[in-house]
Design a binder for this molecule. Structure first.
Ligand code: PLP
Length: 469
């Protein structure tokens, strides 16, 4: 019924658009509801369909507009095929997590927290101060502003047990986001054609970086309690790899937190094979019922390369991360960063440092913990009540996502499309598997906008699953 009405509105509006000039504003949702005698949900669904077809463009908070039809002559770029040659690697499709969401959908797909969970007031004040200071007109050192290097080192040093030397500011290289650190690791530590051990499932961004650098991924199975050290040792033995990328704290996507004993055993295996552990501590600021303790804090022998990002907890616009690495490996990484980007904007570094050194930052993190707990529990409860077929094997103690297992027979692409047609964006779990997925999963972000819509979203997922039964 809804589908028919939506199709009727799409057909009607297509005829209207055909006679309208590009840039013309469409009638408001309220006017369309009255004209077609349909519900607002049906009208919005029709508008989404038209947007997906490229006929209209939604400008959030302003309205929906007729898109310009491109009549320009089609360029022939075919000559580039010969100039470029065969693609060196087959990069994965861009992740669903990177899609921008229109205002009228429930967005559970993204990897970043909603704006209302960010320290917005602190960020704006920090940018104002940074724009007035020296960094706005100066070139910082390649390794980063010394004060920010010192902050990253001190953060890790605070977790360092007695008997282990804490990192020094000079062990830090500031990066334009952890993603660029993953690229540097693939290029400078692993190298084209060489193997990189990764947990499976793992973060899709490391797969992207590896594909771009021509690095071969070797999966090590990992569950809610992390990988089995014996599996890891066998993988080192079998592949000759010398680098293992892992997320011991609140892994993306599973939310896994390694038990304390496992960290020590994994470190033991890594040392035994003369290898590096690349520890991606992406969710350091997102602990809920546990405080992450970086493995890097226990290692002063240079086996752990530690990545810490501020882009999710401070602001996606403050694109700053740090890598802590001791010994020659740090020089390798610095050389790569120099070749890739020379340095990170001093304004961004100064703004990041300003935010994380304000007393209000700690207060913000305490409030964030409460909000994440409430949202996590709300989404988990909504799934249990309305979509029990989307099973949660574990509720994470931190991070931003739930990892829901679906029935094995699920047709994941169809499910994701059906959810989207009903106004709910979800991320298909297969994007997090470096080889064949071990099952059908959804990654659901509980830190996005509008947690009040979680029950609706859970019902939509249940409905889409029922259609496949
Ligand atoms: C596990 C993990 N590592 C790294 C990144 C990239 O972080 P950044 O935004 O600092 O580049 C992300 C972002 O989603 C992530 O989830």
């Amino acid at each position: 019924m809804t589908n028919d009405s939506s199709a009727r509105i799409v057909a009607g509006l297509r005829a209207w658009i055909a006679t309208a000039a590009p840039g013309t504003r469409l009638p408001s949702t309220r006017a369309l509801v009255a004209e077609y005698g349909a519900s607002p949900v049906t009208v919005q669904k029709a508008l989404r369909t038209l947007a997906a077809q490229g006929a209209v463009e939604a400008r959030p908070g302003v309205g929906t507009f007729v898109r310009a039809v491109r009549t320009a002559r089609a360029h022939d770029h075919g000559w580039q095929t010969a100039a470029l040659g065969a693609a060196p690697s087959r990069a994965p499709r861009p992740s669903a997590a990177l899609r921008s969401a229109p205002n009228d959908v429930v967005a559970l797909h993204s990897g970043y927290p909603d704006r209302e969970l960010l320290p917005e007031r602190l960020v704006r004040a920090a940018f104002a101060r940074a724009s007035r200071g020296g960094p706005a007109v100066a070139r910082p050192p390649t390794a980063g502003l010394p004060e920010l290097q010192a902050w990253f080192a001190a953060e890790l040093g605070a977790a360092t047990p007695t008997g282990v030397a804490p990192p020094a500011p000079g062990d830090v290289v500031v990066l334009p986001g952890s993603q660029s650190g993953l690229g540097a690791v693939c290029r400078a530590l692993v190298g084209a054609g060489r193997p990189l051990l990764v947990e499976s499932p793992t973060y899709w961004g490391v797969m992207l970086a590896a594909a771009q650098a021509g690095v071969r991924l070797e999966p090590v199975p990992s569950g809610p309690r992390g990988p089995d050290p014996d599996d890891l040792a066998r993988a080192f033995e079998r592949t000759g790899a010398r680098v293992f990328y892992a997320q011991p704290n609140f892994a993306n996507p599973t939310g896994a937190l390694w038990p304390a004993g496992l960290a020590e055993r994994v470190l033991g295996v890594v040392r035994e094979y003369g290898a590096f552990l690349v520890e991606d501590d992406w969710a350091h600021d997102f602990g809920i019922t546990a405080d992450p303790v970086p493995i890097a804090a226990r290692d002063d022998s240079g086996h752990v390369v530690y990545l810490r990002s501020l882009t999710k907890s401070v602001s996606p616009a403050v694109r700053v991360a740090g890598v802590v690495a001791r010994g020659p490996v740090r020089e390798r990484l610095l050389g790569d960063v120099r070749a890739e980007s020379l340095y990170v904007s001093g304004v961004l570094q100064a703004a990041a440092l300003d935010v994380v050194t304000q007393p209000a930052w700690r207060t913000h993190l305490r409030g964030l913990r409460r909000q994440l707990a409430a949202r996590r529990d709300l989404l988990a409860a909504a799934l249990r009540e309305h979509a029990p077929a989307a099973r949660l094997d574990a509720v994470p103690q931190g991070g931003l996502h739930l990892w829901a297992r679906l029935p094995d027979t699920t047709d994941l692409p169809t499910l994701v499309r059906d959810c989207e047609a009903d106004g709910v964006l979800v991320a298909p779990g297969d994007e997090w598997f470096p080889a064949e997925p071990a099952g059908a999963y959804l990654r659901l972000n509980y830190s996005g906008p509008d947690p009040g819509a979680f029950p609706t979203a859970a019902r939509t997922i249940a409905h889409a699953l029922t259609r496949q039964a």
